[in-house]
Write a protein that binds this ligand. Structure first.
Ligand SMILES: NC(=O)C1=CN([C@@H]2O[C@H](COP(=O)(O)OP(=O)(O)OC[C@H]3O[C@@H](n4cnc5c(N)ncnc54)[C@H](O)[C@@H]3O)[C@@H](O)[C@H]2O)C=CC1
Ligand SMILES: O=C(O)CCC(=O)C(=O)O
Length: 468
């Protein structure tokens, strides 16, 4: 059965009567009645989005298009949903600690703001690029819609190797970033948040620098420390959200409770380590963990709190995952093939590929990272009957609590930790139920079901806002 098309979104009496089905600009013949699209590219960037499937953005759009096929939307609307609104590329020049000049390319893509201000993190990573930012910005549009928080989607990246930057250099780069982008960002325009190698320290520098130009503006960025207008619960929100998502998923699949489930995590930074902690606390057996430096396995279950302590402490009191005494060193590729109940990628994009998807021995895959599975791998997992809990839902706990932080900042008040956590639990549960319903009713994979829900929500906002 097909999902309801555009006409079904246009409910009479919702204030859009001006555009009855058939006369709405979206249905107009482009030859006879031109409609001004709000999606305009920043002429500053010569590169236009390349939708070829071999780009990251193209791969993300493979999933979007799959859901669009269920929705039967007019071509012009599809184009709008597939096209980023603004793309900015800047070069940041700083003086390195050595006295030399350092130059870093940085990107911000603002994909869609029909549902609210653009929202999404800034990652510091050697692979950061415009293509990467486009793909991740688009995911944020669908993620905020799935999570039903009133934000749009954006993402940014600074192309650098954070392990080669001192604390002061990271601070200088962040301040330069604010100086370069402050005209297109702000509490009601575009609000950054945590991402790879960008935690609460980077968010503090952002808040400080932005406030120098625009006055005290805590709502200009989320993921700040609690002592600097941050919220309780944001530090572990994405990891906790993944745990809640897995809990709901197992329940719906009649696969039993978390207790005793065998888990493998690929990525042990903010998201991976907190997710491991939450799952361990609720009785799961975390039998393997990997990060950039290698991995560690223990069939009896790793002592996750001790492992987190170990990787945070410096030698001789701590070190890398591989030097943890409570397990056997293992490469990421080995852990990927380890039999387990749930495999959770929590690091970079495209970890699960056509080359390794045949080798996975998990019963379920839960995507804590953004875009960890390529479309080819996704297809293989479908054929192998391995259900996938998609990134735009599984990793949305972070942006949900970022929304709670923004709300507190705008109102100048603070919620108790318990209130944040209860609200996140409720939202993750409700969002899952909505996706599951579409999955069951329309017999769609969970990923497509999540995209259908997101596309309907974004489209509804576009229609209500009008297009001229
Ligand atoms: N921090 C947040 O609130 C959110 C993060 N995410 C996603 O979760 C993932 C992880 O983000 P964070 O934990 O915040 O970053 P992080 O910087 O705290 O941790 C990144 C982890 O990935 C590993 N890693 C980096 N490059 C790698 C590579 N080439 N191969 C294997 N492992 C590699 C690192 O060793 C580390 O364990 C990313 O995909 C991010 O987009 C999604 C939603 C929100
Ligand atoms: O909290 C935020 O705004 C960052 C969230 C994000 O970048 C993500 O969910 O991928």
């Amino acid at each position: 059965m097909h999902a309801p098309g555009l006409a079904a979104l246009l409910r009479p009496g919702e204030g859009w009567a001006r555009h009855e089905h058939g006369t709405h600009p979206l249905f107009a013949d482009p030859e006879t009645k031109p409609v001004v699209s709000p999606k305009v590219h920043d002429p500053f960037d010569a590169a236009k989005p390349d939708e070829a499937a071999d780009t990251l953005y193209g791969r993300t759009n493979v999933f979007v298009r799959e859901a669009l096929r269920e929705l039967d939307y007019p071509e012009r609307l599809q184009k709008m949903l597939l096209t980023p609104q603004r793309e900015v590329h800047v070069e940041l020049i700083i003086t390195r600690d050595s006295g030399e000049i350092g130059a870093f390319n940085a990107y911000r893509v603002q994909h869609d703001n029909s549902r609210g201000p653009f929202k999404g993190g800034f990652r510091f990573h050697p692979d950061a690029s415009m293509d990467d930012a486009r793909s991740l910005a688009s995911l944020m549009t669908w993620k905020t819609a799935v999570a039903d928080v009133p934000f749009g989607g954006a993402k940014g990246g600074v192309r650098c190797d954070p392990s080669q930057l001192s604390e002061h250099e990271l601070e200088r780069i962040t301040r330069k970033l604010v100086q370069a982008l402050r005209h297109v960002m702000g509490p009601t325009q575009d609000i950054p948040g945590p991402e790879i190698s960008a935690g609460s320290k980077v968010m503090s520098y952002w808040f400080d620098e932005y406030s120098k130009y625009k006055g005290f503006s805590p709502a200009c960025v989320t993921g700040k420390p609690i002592s600097l207008h941050g919220t309780y619960g944001r530090e572990y929100a994405t990891g906790r959200g993944v745990y809640l998502a897995v809990r709901e998923f197992l329940r719906a699949e009649h696969a039993g409770k978390i207790v005793g489930k065998e888990i493998v995590l690929l990525g042990f930074g903010n998201v991976g380590s907190w997710c491991a902690e939450m799952l361990h606390y609720h009785g799961a057996k975390v039998i393997g963990v990997a990060d950039r430096s290698g991995g560690i396995a223990n069939q009896n279950g790793l002592d996750v709190p001790a492992l987190r302590h170990h990787v945070k402490a410096r030698p001789p009191f701590g070190g890398t995952l591989r030097t943890f005494p409570g397990g056997t060193p293992a490469a990421q590729e080995e852990l990927l093939r380890l039999p387990c109940d749930v495999l959770i990628p929590a690091s970079v994009s495209s970890i699960i590929t056509a080359e390794n998807a045949h080798e996975l021995q998990c019963k379920y895959l839960a995507e804590a990272a953004n875009s960890p599975t390529t479309p080819e791998a996704d297809q293989i997992l479908r054929e192998r009957d391995i259900p996938v809990l998609p990134d735009i839902y599984a990793s949305c706990g972070g942006v949900i609590v970022s929304f709670f932080e923004w709300v507190q900042n705008v109102q100048n008040l603070r919620w108790e930790e318990d209130e944040v956590n209860r609200s996140l639990d409720r939202k993750m549960t409700e969002c899952f139920a909505e996706i599951w319903q579409i999955h069951k009713d329309q017999k769609l994979p969970l990923r497509t079901a999540a995209y259908v829900r997101a596309l309907q929500s974004v489209t509804r906002a576009h229609i209500h806002r009008g297009f001229d």
